[in-house]
Design a protein around this ligand. Sequence first.
Ligand code: ADP
Ligand code: MG
Ligand code: MG
Length: 211
Amino acid sequence: GRGCTAESVVDALRGAADAVIADKARLTALDREIGDGDHGENLARGFTAVLAKLDSQSFATPAAVLKLVATTLISTVGGASGPLFGTAFLRASTALGDHTELTGAAVAAALAAARDGVVARGKAEPGDKTMVDALFAAVGAAQHADREGGTARQVLTAAADAAEKGAEATVPLRARKGRASYLGERSIGHPDPGAVSIALLLRTLAATADT
Ligand code: ADP
Ligand code: MG
Ligand code: MG
């Protein structure tokens, strides 16, 4: 297929930013249940800054786009999630290297690098009721889709499907990392906001991937 030029990655990230901003209230409401009620605001602030930066620059490679997203999120989102989302995009950028066409394999490798970066930074394991739960599910499904010969779009769709299930699977869990862990037993019965936002991002990227 055509693969993904830097420009189509910019379009995909614009779509993801629009989706996060549109879902700000829902993400914040989730964080009101088991956190401090700012997750949607934090991400919307970051992705509003991302939109402005994407409009003001041009990019040679997909990796350059992801690197700008990373540094922008790190400097604007704050909280626990800012450095974690920033690390995810930074590791994905490094994994893509000089690739100008994004194959299913490249996307799966980038997602695995993002997951590993979040784990290295936040020290959460699967089952701790964090974004890591959505990321582990997403990477497992992405790698499977790649082994089956999937395109970038198919790999991202598999990742998004699995991330949604992974986010839903955080509902019965007791939080062991982040602010929600302060609630102990009372964190049970609600989805983790960061896992939900990972799923939202992947769903939007899958929808906008061109092949
Ligand atoms: P804060 O908790 O500082 O207000 P946010 O509300 O923006 O930050 O983000 C909360 C989300 O961050 C949680 O829902 C969880 O997914 C994620 N999170 C918090 N701590 C960790 C961690 N150590 N590892 C992975 N994810 C984490
Ligand atoms: Mg919060
Ligand atoms: Mg906060």
